[in-house]
Design a protein around this ligand. Structure first.
Ligand SMILES: Cc1cc2nc3c(=O)[nH]c(=O)nc-3n(C[C@H](O)[C@H](O)[C@H](O)COP(=O)(O)OP(=O)(O)OC[C@H]3O[C@@H](n4cnc5c(N)ncnc54)[C@H](O)[C@@H]3O)c2cc1C
Length: 380
């Protein structure tokens, strides 16, 4: 077992850390307060190779591997979780197109993502009536003379209003997961519009929107992989995406722990720094231990994926543990801050809000437990 990073992984980690420290951390509170989308920052991240970390170089990617991607996500999330979620979905979309696309689809879309020509990509699976039970989706795609016509509504789509390309899942056959296909839908497609722009608890520098399709016509070449085989693509994409959300949780939790350590050394109570109190020390120690365990689970899942080994269970375990641990770590860091934790001037308030979604999107904790239990029972 090798716990050492290779030179490429160290380079990507350092590149992401430098960018996050210099460009994202100082402006994260403002993005949160004003709800501004980080267009300029995303462009710079593409130039640094962060929009296709695990994408082949021939398509404009960095080809640095899955561990490098997870490390970069941790660094970006530590500074700005809202920018990180946009990065995560964009990397996921680029990887999905590389894995399932025709060479024409890859050549058309992937270099635009990795170069920053598109500010980001989006992934449209959830619908108003179904999130966890995604195979119940109702958005329909029917054949037309020119290709396909989409009708329906997608819910809670990260960056759906900014993305150059969106992977959209729609029903092309009967009920259940066997009747679903995936399509590449480009920004500006007539008949596709933005519905509700959600006002959220956190991640305010990222957008979460409804996408409405009303007789939206897309060409025949928009079909990704085979007709009625799209649900499998979503499941493969989500396995990888869960490594990204696990890494995001680790990054947010690291930031919260850093804040708790700093504050406990500065704040005086009963004639000594808070850090001298055993109750505070135990909170810090528990948080540091859980954070380390979360980091290792995420990197293990990333390593399995990078080696081409099965990683569905590892990704679900990493996402489940890291997201729940990160929420506990943020809550403890908040407690260490006393009343000041509740005040917007201190970053911990934003970290608590940003962290909360990590147990929900890309499969709730309950869904991760279903995936883990199924893999145990199927293998028994
Ligand atoms: C900020 C944000 C960004 C998002 N980005 C995207 C995106 O980019 N693309 C996209 O497609 N979706 C996105 N989503 C949607 C997200 O993936 C879903 O919200 C999530 O999968 C949960 O679905 P739901 O909200 O419909 O909850 P539901 O599925 O209705 O679940 C409600 C509760 O019931 C539990 N539950 C459901 N079924 C079971 C079961 N069988 N056993 C036990 N418990 C169960 C769930 O765990 C949860 O606690 C985003 C959501 C948010 C809030």
């Amino acid at each position: 077992m090798d716990f050492q990073l290779n030179e490429t992984e160290k380079l990507i980690q350092q590149t992401a850390r430098d960018f996050a420290t210099r460009e994202l951390a100082p402006t994260a509170a403002r993005r949160d307060a004003e709800g501004t989308f980080p267009l300029a920052e995303l462009k710079k991240m593409a130039e640094l190779g962060l929009m296709g970390v695990n994408v082949p170089e021939k398509w404009g990617g960095t080809e640095a591997g899955v561990v490098a991607y997870a490390l970069a996500m941790m660094e970006i999330s530590r500074a700005c979780a809202a920018t990180a979620v946009t990065m995560a979905v964009t990397n996921m979309v680029a990887e999905v197109i590389c894995k399932f696309g025709t060479s024409e689809q890859i050549q058309r879309q992937v270099p635009r993502i990795t170069s920053g020509e598109y500010s980001c990509g989006a992934f449209a699976l959830s619908e108003p009536h179904c999130g966890s039970d995604a195979s119940a989706l109702r958005t329909s795609a029917r054949r037309s003379e020119r290709g396909w016509v989409l009708n329906g509504t997608k819910q809670f789509i990260t960056s759906g209003d900014h993305a150059g390309v969106i992977v959209v899942w729609a029903r092309t056959g009967g009920p259940g997961h066997r009747g679903i296909s995936a399509f590449l839908v480009e920004k500006g497609t007539p008949g596709m519009s933005i519905g509700t722009v959600e006002k959220k608890m956190g991640l305010k520098g990222s957008t979460t929107v409804q996408l409405v399709f009303e007789d939206a016509e897309i060409p025949a070449e928009a079909l990704l992989d085979e007709e009625n085989r799209g649900f499998r693509i979503a499941m493969v994409a989500l396995d990888g995406g869960r490594i990204g959300v696990g890494a995001q949780a680790v990054g947010i939790a690291q930031a919260a722990l850093d804040e708790a350590v700093r504050y406990s050394r500065e704040r005086q109570a009963f004639g000594a720094p808070l850090a001298n109190k055993q109750a505070i020390q135990w909170m810090l120690a528990d948080s540091a231990t859980e954070l380390e365990a979360a980091r290792l689970l995420v990197l293990q899942a990333a390593d399995c994926k990078g080696r081409g080994l099965p990683f569905t269970r590892q990704a679900s375990m990493a996402k489940l543990f890291a997201s729940e641990a990160a929420n506990r770590i943020c809550a403890r860091a908040f407690q260490v801050h006393g009343g000041y934790g509740y005040i917007k001037e201190y970053p911990i308030e934003r970290l608590v809000r940003d962290c909360r979604i990590t147990t929900i999107y890309e499969g709730t904790s309950e869904v991760q437990r279903m995936v883990i239990a199924r893999s145990l029972l199927d293998n028994a």
